[in-house]
Design a protein around this ligand. Sequence first.
Ligand code: AMP
Ligand code: MG
Length: 486
Amino acid sequence: MKSLTDLIFDNRFARLGDAFSTEVLPEPIAEPRLVIASPAAMALLDLDPGEADSELFAQLFAGHKLWSEAEPRAMVYSGHQFGSYNPRLGDGRGLLLGEVVNDAGEHWDLHLKGAGQTPYSRMGDGRAVLRSSIREFLASEHLHALGIPTSRALCVTASSTPVWREKQESAAMLLRLARSHVRFGHFEYFYYTRQHDLLRQLGEHVLRCHFAECLEQEQPYLAMFREVVERNAELIARWQAYGFCHGVMNSDNMSILGITFDYGPYAFLDDFDANHICNHSDDTGRYSFSNQVPIAQWNLAALGQALTPFVELDALRETLGLFLPLYQAHYLDLMRRRLGLRDADDGDEALIQRLLHLMQSSAVDYTHFFRELGDSAPEQALARLRNDFTDLAGFDAWSASYQARCGQAEDSQEQRRARMHAANPRYILRNYLAQQAIEAAEQGDYAPVRELHAVLSRPFDEQPGKERYAERPPEWGKHLAISCSS
Ligand code: AMP
Ligand code: MG
């Protein structure tokens, strides 16, 4: 276990030089207070969890102090936003403080979000509000607990520094951890500015640090692209299987590592709705829940385009073609687990689609359905769940197919329950729960956000006394459209 002052830095990205990032010091926020820290994220740096209580912790993560080995820098990137190319984005309000090497030899980027203006801030103030920082913190640590690859969140600090959004709010900082902060948009920036020597330098850095096994291949860039396609197919399958809506799948928000990245107006589905649009500003539904699959492929095509100086177009196209079938295989596998099915059958895709249609037309709670399906033997569980459906004939027909598919149980109901509960969370981060915790935090009461985080860190476990967090959402709390402002 280490203390904050024991951390070892090795700033590989900073060493790429000024063409890739610009040195900027964090601009501190006033009267910093620690809102919440994640012991699980601290463990990634081998940090003693007790360090979160130290004065130094809040100071470091509110921009008041800096390790002498840190080299804070704003990265440059571009990207496609809502389908249109934006030639210059970059870290407008976040700084890569440096890379910490843990005892296992892993490098972890320390990225301080809300650290003030940078050369990439454009019209922005360089700040992040408490509301969006808490939202990113809760989602990062919850997705991780659900088994969904993601950037991590070490802590949130609050302040008395005022910030204007739709109304006056207060500035906060979030310390984000990831093995890399390189986005698809990094590659696009050097490709579209025709700086192909720098593009190669970026590519070699990413290959060396994150895809070393691809360097053994005949075509390392193609092998890396294939790996990114594969990881995204699995990532998006997990989002779709667990009802996660990212909300802003611009190519600058897509990590080269295939992890969930850059949380904005995200949502977990309450009632199942394939067309759900969680981002208030997404007028056309480009990033609706079901569009996440084709959009991920679209973003991968944008990344592929940026690799054309190094790889034949046909080979990139062929690799991109792997995305949909891989996605579909992962998705079916996850949904079979959610349904408690232990082997594959040709009819599974149709069985799942029929269920989702029924859930959609009856506005059935997506998380509850699967958890309750495992609670008791199929016949009893289905009889209870039937009350949630309006199309009873449709549900009865589906139930008959499902029960036939379950066949003769080879395991006891106890075993089935344990198996299904390990795939179906009891607790999910619903927007209204986050909203309630945020409102308390805005009044200076951090107990609710800390309790919510603790519950959501063990989403599959029954937690006596915490039933409130597993309840169906109230009507007002469903389908909250979240503003993009953060
Ligand atoms: P996002 O929508 O958070 O993914 O950000 C898109 C771009 O806008 C990125 O280049 C951000 O760094 C930048 N940006 C977002 N909010 C701010 C802000 N408050 N100040 C400066 N830049 C920002
Ligand atoms: Mg972004």
